[in-house]
Design a protein around this ligand. Structure first.
Ligand code: ZN
Ligand code: ZN
Length: 781
């Protein structure tokens, strides 16, 4: 029997369907599905893993954070550990009867490692498939020489591609797998050691630990460095001058030829020198040709999904993987930006252009199809492209938009350039000169199908040289000031990570998500919390190696060398351990000062904004700055807020501030939205986010119009729900109004209109349900 091992059940099923012509039978062992059929080559079986089913872990005896010496931890020999026991058991059971193996995991470094992990399980129970395979690195060479173990490499779960891959079976790339294994070891050792070191130093244990990661920390640095630049920015005032000219087609505004006046007096002089009428001195037009975009690699795709669709890189990758698993698009993890010759582009364009949504691609079929080419050409995966023509409406929500993006981008790479015409007219008015600029699309070209790229027309009236135009009203000045550099969007962040070799196309989006999960950043685009900034600063000062991307880039380079057979996994991991010993020792030497910095950041994150009551009462902190409201952690995960002007020793004193109130518990993430609510102006306003669902806004002033409205909406929804339940219960009881006393519902929440009315038993609404949270978020303005 030939056993085909894939990365996921969905691909095992798809491959079985394709190779058996729909004849494969499904069965399961240890709750893991597998598929069997027979063909000309005999009995066949396919089974899917769940990604990595084996991981590495520290051996027993290293789990106590306080008692384990970090240097022992660094040198501990890692042990393989099943991450999914059922899958491992199933593979071992099925492998016993196999006389040949095909590894058909995803075609990349991670997929190669996953395949090797599975193969090691197979060989333990069935060494017969590779007669004299021994442990260690040389096993690769031995195994590679054995015909019964093969590798299927495919880039799409389509009939053509799978049939091609299985007719051209290859060998497992052992060095590539070892490169993946080296990174896995290094990530575990570095992550665990430094996370423990920092958590020990700051005495943060349990769920509050502070994580550090080989890639995570330099990524945080990118966000923090930009924030520090923003904070250091000193706005500089400047002035712009405009004038309005009358025209038969309608009056229009023109900008002074000086872009920015840095001196107010100069702007005033420009106003004085402007006299009516203006004379058109010059009109120039220019055609601009914008080339169609290159085929999609992962970075360009996630950047586009973020900027054009507003879908975060992590979600975009999840959705793309689903679409790949469904056989709708090609493998979404790729650096390649050149379509391979083997791709039948004409057939694909033809089938896509038949879908009404993509009918704009029809004219492409009239001529030759010449796709654009990007800078990088690799041979593993093709650029991301659709593999099946679908009506987008067959997909739901974000999936539909992502599929459409991939299709439109694909079609755009065959389309002609977009041609626009821009016109500039210069108008002399007295001693001053003004200009007006417009732009129109002459031929949308690729933007007809790749609609996201189409720029809006910005037309100006018809102007001719020598034409005189009366001023309409007086010219005017607009006060402006220079802006700090913008925050880095998630899409841009992924690009920066790629430039610096941080993470891989497979991990970048997840790493950004981790920064959110640990509270180092919040909001979108990501903004660092004070804790995140303190982590960055402390690392920069005491463990500079971890705050910069260089070390990680070096390691990524080493991985490539392992994959190329130029060095070994052991060598790379050993060097990495040595670096970590010195890094850890440096951190331990400085633990006290280090911890103080982090604590200061955490404390800072608890302050929400100045207390208005104290301000009005003239109470202030010692340095004269206003007392602030802050988050206070209580026992059992509860939280409240209070004023730092509260006097613990003499709470009743007139100098003690009484302002306080409840806050959502620690199951919710809280962050400052506004130091003082922009609606009521009374108290700070927070953003609250539960485990699931959309964030909502909470003003600490109960009487704030936003809160009143939120409570009304919530009550309305609850009343509507109760009315539905009453109706449903009445229908079920067939109109019988008798209700046992004991089943009466508990007193309803304050403010519900039907608190006294008889109704069907129901649970008290959980404040965390999707519906109530949606009610809250929809009631804010
Ligand atoms: Zn106060
Ligand atoms: Zn408010």
């Amino acid at each position: 029997m030939r056993l085909i091992i894939t990365e996921k059940n969905s691909s095992a099923k798809k491959i079985a369907e394709i190779l058996s012509g729909g004849e494969a039978k499904a069965d399961a062992t240890y709750k893991v599905p597998f598929y069997t059929w027979s063909d000309g080559e005999g009995q066949q079986m396919s089974v899917g893993l769940k990604g990595h089913v084996m991981g590495v872990a520290f051996p027993e005896g290293y789990s106590n954070w306080q008692e384990t010496d970090l240097h022992d931890l660094i040198d501990a020999e890692l042990v393989p550990e099943p991450t999914d026991k059922n899958v491992v058991k199933a593979i071992r059971k099925l492998a016993k009867d196999a006389d040949s193996i095909v590894i058909a995991t995803d075609y990349d470094r991670e997929g190669e490692l996953i395949g090797l992990e599975a193969l090691q399980q197979v060989l333990e129970v069935n060494p017969g498939v590779a007669a004299d395979a021994s442990d260690g690195e040389d096993a690769g060479a031995v195994l590679a020489a054995r015909p019964p173990i093969k590798r299927a490499r495919y880039s799409a779960l389509t009939k053509d591609e799978i049939e091609r891959a299985f007719s051209q079976l290859d060998e497992l790339a052992y060095d590539l797998a070892y490169a993946g294994a080296a990174r896995q070891d290094i990530d575990l050792i570095w992550g665990a050691t430094l996370t423990r070191a920092v958590s020990l130093a700051t005495r943060r244990f349990g769920s509050n630990f502070l994580s550090v990661g080989r890639v995570q920390s330099p990524t945080l640095a990118l966000i923090v460095e930009r924030e520090l630049e923003r904070r250091a920015h000193v706005p500089k005032p400047y002035w712009e001058v405009f004038a309005k000219f009358a025209h038969p087609d309608g009056a229009f505004e023109a900008h002074h030829e000086t872009d920015k006046f840095w001196e107010r007096a100069e702007a005033d002089a420009a106003l004085k020198g402007t006299t009516s009428p203006g004379v058109v001195k010059d009109v120039t037009s220019r055609r601009n040709t914008r080339r169609p975009p290159a085929p999609y690699n992962t970075t360009a795709f996630t950047t586009d999904a973020s900027s054009r669709l507003g879908i975060t890189p992590a979600s975009a990758m999840r959705i793309a993987e689903d679409l790949y698993m469904d056989g709708f698009i090609s493998y979404p993890r790729t650096d390649n930006t050149v379509y391979p010759r083997s791709l039948n582009t004409r057939e694909l364009v033809q089938s896509l252009a038949r879908i009404p949504d993509f009918a704009a691609a029809q004219p492409l079929l009239d001529g030759e199809l010449n796709p654009t080419r990007g800078k990088k050409e690799t041979t593993d995966h093709p650029p991301i492209h659709p593999t099946q023509a679908l009506y987008p409406s067959a997909l739901e929500g974000a999936k539909r938009r992502v599929y459409e993006l991939v299709v439109r981008r694909f079609l755009a790479t065959f389309a002609p350039p977009m041609i626009t015409e821009s016109t500039r007219a210069d108008i002399q008015a007295g001693s001053e000169s003004y200009f007006v600029r417009g732009s129109v699309v002459v031929d949308p070209g690729y933007a007809a199908i790749y609609t996201y790229a189409r720029s809006a027309d910005d037309e100006i009236p018809k102007l001719e040289q020598g034409q005189t135009l009366e001023l309409e009203g007086d010219p005017w000045i607009v006060d402006k000031e220079t802006q700090p550099p913008a925050r880095i969007s998630q899409g841009k962040l992924i690009e920066l990570m790629e430039e610096r070799g941080l993470g891989t196309k497979a991990t970048r989006a997840d790493i950004i998500q981790k920064l959110y999960d640990r509270g180092y950043v919040y909001s979108n685009p990501p903004e660092p919390s004070e804790t995140g900034i303190a982590m960055y600063k402390a690392f920069h000062e005491y463990v500079p190696r971890m705050a910069t991307p260089e070390m990680t880039a070096e390691l990524e380079h080493d991985m490539d060398q392992i994959a190329a057979g130029e060095t070994t996994k052991d060598e790379v991991v050993t060097i990495s351990r040595e670096m970590l010993h010195s890094t850890t020792a440096a951190l331990e030497d400085q633990r006290e000062v280090f911890a103080k910095q982090i604590w200061a950041g955490m404390d800072e994150d608890k302050f929400l904004g100045p207390c208005k009551v104290c301000e009005e009462a003239g109470r202030a902190r010692e340095d004269g700055s206003p007392n602030r409201l802050r988050i206070i952690d209580l026992k059992g995960g509860k939280r409240m807020y209070g004023c730092e002007g509260w006097n613990r020793d003499d709470p009743e004193s007139p100098d003690s501030c009484q302002v306080s109130g409840p806050l959502p518990g620690r199951g919710y993430e809280l962050w400052r939205l506004e130091e003082r609510c922009s609606v009521c102006g009374e108290r700070p306003r927070l953003t609250v986010k539960g485990f699931r669902g959309r964030p909502w806004k909470l003003c600490l002033n109960d009487d704030c119009p936003t809160m009143v409205e939120m409570r009304e909406k919530r009550a309305e929804r609850q009343a509507a729900r109760e009315a539905r339940e009453v109706a449903k219960a009445a229908a079920e009881e067939g109109g019988d109004s008798a209700e046992p006393e004991g089943e009466k519902a508990p007193a309803s929440a304050k403010g519900t209109p039907n608190g006294g009315r008889r109704r069907a038993p129901r649970k008290k609404p959980d404040p965390g349900t999707k519906r109530t949270r949606r009610a809250r978020s929809s009631s804010k303005r």
